[in-house]
Design a protein around this ligand. Sequence first.
Ligand SMILES: [Zn+2]
Ligand SMILES: [Zn+2]
Length: 227
Amino acid sequence: MNLLDLLFPPHCLGCRSPGSYLCPHCTNLFSPITSAICPVCGKGSYSGITHPRCRKSYTLDGLISTFPYQGIVKQALMKYKYKLVYSLTQTLHELIITHTDFSPISSRSWLITAVPLHPRRRRWRGFNQAELLTHALAQYTHWPHSPHLLKRTRYTTPQMSLSRSPRLKNLTNAFMVHAPPNPIPYSVLLVDDVWTTGATLSECAKVLKRAGAKTVWAYTLARTLNQ
Ligand SMILES: [Zn+2]
Ligand SMILES: [Zn+2]
């Protein structure tokens, strides 16, 4: 237990019982998402593969998400995103390993990378939650891992405060491939914490594909259901 946990003893985010951020009872309430969607049109798709009719040169090829972004998952993610709580991070990572079905992409090796934060925001927050996720996934899958393949080239308004079309505009030219490996990996798994409109992940996929990646799938810990 670290000093902060001693000074401010954690309470369960679900039931407020003292001792940890997720008690064993509430940890059992985490159930995986039951439907997969096409990352381009947002409609149902088998295994999260992009519909052939939605596929264009620079679009994502598929999307895997573990949990619906609601209830205790949402609370835990807010905590995870804005405050680095190691005990919670570890529990969340264990939960994704237990509940994620990677079978749609498990037939080959992927380079795992993260959606980057702007250095200013990363400094302010002290960490990038997507980058932490890539470590957990790499450990589990044994796929190669390069969390800093992409870089944010300009500071953008937080996406949460914008609706869909300003979101897309806000992200134009916001990313670049940073110190690209030569050749750029054929298959890239792009990681973020939450899928809402998918604008950020789609923009990152475009940048990776323009740089030469052939297949780009997205992975998010959670996904909103009402799109
Ligand atoms: Zn609880
Ligand atoms: Zn589609």
